[in-house]
Write a protein that binds this ligand. Structure first.
Ligand code: FAD
Length: 435
């Protein structure tokens, strides 16, 4: 492992880590990333949320994400965006171009948030969606005929229930579409009764899988006396060759085609993170997969990071190695990503040896999805204006970004990728400036 030869070590492999690494490369410095997995980015819907909803008793939905950030800061002046919003555009641009270099094309709507149908049968608000979901966006007032396709045995998506729910729910958004549904039976994997999203995506990556899906849909459209303006599929059109299959489906159907948005299914998140990794590797970042940081320590003019390499369990403790670098960016995520740990009521950040306190009843609402969000979700690392962690022992050489930061709740705000990109760009840039 030659992470020692790099200027900056980024700890993490999610959206924030990738953008931080990109900022270091753009500053002309070298960078290595260590991570055991892709964190919550890897299981995300693969869309970019920047600022969707200002949470509160009466949540405000943001039509325009830039205006949304301003409204949010009026209400929560200490919010994480107050430190990093200056890097929002650059951070998001960095993320878009990394993803594009890995052939995952994200499309925006001129700064507007749009509503896209999701697997639950409702609509999610997004600032950027992958090209596979772009044509699914609700066009207020448009009278279109939309077919929702489900796959027999793929129980994660019930097309009939989703279509009925879209029909009702769209009214709140000004949608005027008519939704229909069908369930197709794919036979290529045998006579199993159930098939997971991942298995279906694997099958649709094969030539036979593509051919079978395209021919089933084509037959359905030809036999149907109605024609459709748009056809929606579950977000499982392959891990690798989804762009190809989408193009084939469009040609076969002769109308708009899109995947509905996932809500955390690993197919879309996997495509997104792997594309960004490819983009980073093309630019020269060193990605050390399967490596976890275990300890951080200040060193003379730098930081020592003790890491464990490889999968570990009680019998296999892994190989330990210590890297010494001029600056570190901590992008280890929050409760889901692994950067923030919790047991009973205690919450802490292991790598910084920081106890964040106890979750008290006044930080919890009985309603798990209360529109104001759960207060404990805002717990995390405190940083200075340059994103260096406030603990003096690191001499301003450890920076933090993304979900590990205090002061935001990306789930209730729909701000996940936006916070990650803005805070990470700033952290990466300032870490690079330490060299
Ligand atoms: C189910 C789900 C769906 C979501 N969907 C969306 C969406 O569609 N759009 C959106 O914008 N936001 C979405 N979000 C929110 C978004 O995923 C997060 O806000 C964002 O990904 C946070 O990025 P991050 O890099 O800070 O953390 P993460 O993506 O969680 O990454 C943390 C990284 O740190 C690594 N790590 C942790 N501990 C260590 C250690 N000790 N050593 C080395 N590495 C370590 C992890 O392996 C991981 O690679 C979703 C979140 C969830 C949970």
């Amino acid at each position: 492992m030659d992470a020692n030869k790099n200027d900056v070590l980024v700890i993490g492999g999610g959206t924030a880590a990738c953008v931080a690494a990109d900022a270091v490369l753009n500053a002309g410095k070298s960078v290595a990333m260590v991570f055991p997995n892709g964190g919550s980015s890897e299981i995300s819907a693969g869309t970019l949320d920047i600022m969707g909803v200002v949470p509160g008793e009466h949540p405000v939905i943001c039509d325009d994400y830039r205006e949304g950030v301003e409204k949010l800061l009026e209400k929560y002046p200490g919010h994480t965006y107050s430190k990093c919003k200056g890097e929002l555009e650059t951070g998001v641009e960095a993320l878009l171009s990394l993803a594009e270099a890995g052939e995952y094309i994200l499309k925006g709507f001129d700064g507007k948030n749009v509503w896209v149908p999701n697997m639950l049968g409702t609509f999610s608000v997004n600032a950027y969606v992958p090209s596979t979901m772009y044509e699914g966006a609700v066009v207020p007032g448009e009278k279109e005929r939309v077919l929702v396709v489900g796959v027999k045995g793929n129980v994660a998506f019930n097309a009939q229930a989703a279509a009925m729910s879209y029909q009702q729910y769209q009214k709140k958004l000004g949608g005027k579409a008519d939704y229909f549904s069908t369930e197709i039976q794919i036979k290529g994997w045998g006579d199993r009764r159930k098939i997971s999203d991942g298995e279906l995506a694997d099958y649709l990556d094969t030539k036979e899988g593509k051919k079978e899906l395209v021919s089933l849909i084509q037959t359905f459209c030809m036999n149907n006396r109605y024609s459709f303006d748009k056809i929606l599929f579950p977000p499982v059109l392959g891990y690798l060759t989804y762009n190809e299959l989408l193009a084939e489906l469009k040609e076969a159907c002769g109308c708009k085609v899109a995947e509905v948005a996932a809500l955390g299914n690993s197919v879309a998140g996997y495509r997104f993170t792997r594309a960004v990794y490819r983009g980073l590797e093309k630019k020269g970042a060193k990605l050390l997969r399967g490596v976890s940081a275990k300890k951080l320590e200040a060193a003379e003019n730098g930081v020592k990071v003790e890491c464990v390499i490889g999968l570990t369990d009680q019998y296999h403790p892994g190989k330990r190695e210590t890297f010494e670098v001029p600056a570190v960016v901590l992008a280890t995520g929050g409760f889901v990503g692994g950067g923030i740990k919790a047991r009973h009521t205690d919450v802490w950040i292991e790598l910084l040896e920081q106890h964040l306190g106890k979750v008290t009843t006044d930080q919890l609402d009985r309603d798990a999805v209360h529109p104001a969000g759960q207060d404990f979700m805002r717990m995390g690392v405190q940083v200075k204006a340059d994103m260096s962690v406030e603990d003096k022992k690191y001499n301003g050489r450890v920076f933090a970004c993304g979900d590990v930061l205090a002061g935001h709740n990306s789930a209730s705000e729909r701000s996940g990728a936006g916070i990650a990109a803005a805070s990470a760009y700033l952290a990466g840039k300032n870490a690079a400036a330490k060299i």
